[in-house]
Design a protein around this ligand. Structure first.
Ligand code: NAG
Length: 389
């Protein structure tokens, strides 16, 4: 087999048969001036390689070879003429001084892109100095999300590893149809606000076979999220998987059709949580399903909290967010607190259609309990702690 043919087969293999053309042009960032070694800023070289690929009339590949490449904030914007495979064999690292991450809030940003596959790669935002600054209450820059997708559609992100983000590891907003698979998201359990993934104003987001170990939510499904599928997620340490916070503003969009299945939580603060501000709002969460879940030493395995109001900025208000049709089934394991199930719904908008089936949450040597406030629903099958519905 000649080299070209091998490269072509390789390309097809990596792109999982989505590319019909074997004439795919490859744009190696090194040819555009990127420098290995982690000391020279390669952001402009990355952007030049991207622009070349983006202008290509046939499928193309942006290639980041093995090695460590330092990059300041970088923007990959579309629309592009054809499919792009963004193949990362190397590691992208942040500049040593966190002030060089700028004020845009983004480190690696894909915007207005469609038909993109991001494959492989490690991105290391080296957030520890930034966390220390925040902890000391100093005058810190705003911080950046590690990798973001804005206004993008038909994207696959497979095999990406994100380390030590300053804030959110992966942020998705105004997107449609993105598949994330085989992610490893890593930050220490005590790193502040290092959410694994935040989804907002997006439809058709799937996250599968992925590992989240971080200091805040593993995944947060925010306002305007629809048709969200999460499967085979390992979460922990972290704050669990949340829908919310919802209802921070009056005219906020709701959340609908969210499924989490075949997942495991290890030593997390929460398991499956729905959270809303205690404020007036037209937001809602409906058609949510949590099933086939294992909890290992989780503080609050099942929780709906509609009383969220840090700083006590909503005195005497209740949440306007309507929570309805939430199904919990086949959820087993251990809770570190006695109160393994907690439904604290809004007085003005009680939760409706909450269903529990085959739940078994235990705590060593004590009987677990459940609390219900302003909630309507029913339980079936074996339910431990005893249902308060
Ligand atoms: C719910 O979302 C899933 C994907 O996450 C989708 O396959 C399904 O069609 C959606 N259901 C409805 C009723 O929209």
């Amino acid at each position: 087999m000649d080299l070209l043919k091998a490269a072509c087969i390789c390309f097809i293999y990596f792109s999982f048969f989505q590319y019909s053309s074997c004439n795919a042009a490859s744009y190696n960032v090194v040819s555009f001036g990127a420098r290995r070694g982690g000391r020279t800023d390669s952001s402009q070289a990355f952007e030049r390689a991207w622009r070349a690929a983006c202008a290509s009339s046939s499928s193309s590949m942006v290639y980041i070879p093995r090695g460590v490449f330092m990059t300041k904030p970088v923007v990959f914007s579309g629309p592009c003429r054809s499919r792009i495979l963004f193949q990362i064999d190397g590691t992208l690292v942040a500049p040593p001084n966190y002030y060089d991450m700028g004020k845009s809030g983004f480190w690696i940003l894909f915007t207005k892109v469609s038909r993109l596959t991001v494959h492989g790669g490690t991105i290391d935002a080296k957030g520890s100095k930034f966390w220390a600054c925040r902890r000391s209450g100093g005058n810190c820059p705003p911080g950046v999300r590690s990798i973001s997708f804005l206004w993008s559609s038909n994207v696959i992100v497979r095999g990406l590893k994100s380390l030590y983000s300053e804030l959110i590891h992966i942020a998705i907003s105004k997107c449609n149809n993105i598949l994330f698979e085989h992610l490893s998201i890593i930050a220490p359990s005590r790193s502040p606000n290092t959410d694994g993934m935040i989804i907002q104003s997006s439809t058709g987001i799937t996250v599968k076979n992925s590992l989240f170990r971080t200091g805040d939510d593993c995944i947060a499904v925010g306002p305007g999220s629809k048709n969200i599928w999460m499967e085979k997620i390992a979460c922990g340490p972290g704050h669990g998987i949340s829908i919310g916070s919802l209802g921070n503003s009056l005219n906020e969009e709701g959340v609908q059709n969210v499924t989490l299945t075949n997942s495991i939580f290890t030593k997390t603060q929460n398991g499956v949580r729905i959270k809303s501000w205690a404020r007036d709002s037209k937001s809602y969460a409906t058609n949510v399903e949590f099933r086939n879940i294992v909890m290992k030493s989780v503080d609050n395995p099942i929780i709906i909290d509609q009383t969220y109001c840090p700083g006590d900025r909503c005195p005497r208000e209740t949440s306007g967010v309507e929570v309805s049709n939430v199904r919990y089934s086949n959820i087993k394991g251990t809770s570190t607190t006695v109160e393994a199930v907690k439904f604290e719904c809004s007085l003005s908008n009680p939760c409706r259609g909450i269903q529990m089936r085959n739940i078994r949450l235990l705590t060593p040597n004590r009987v677990t309990t459940s609390t219900c406030e302003n909630v309507h629903g029913w339980a079936s099958g074996q339910v431990v702690p005893r249902s308060c519905l």
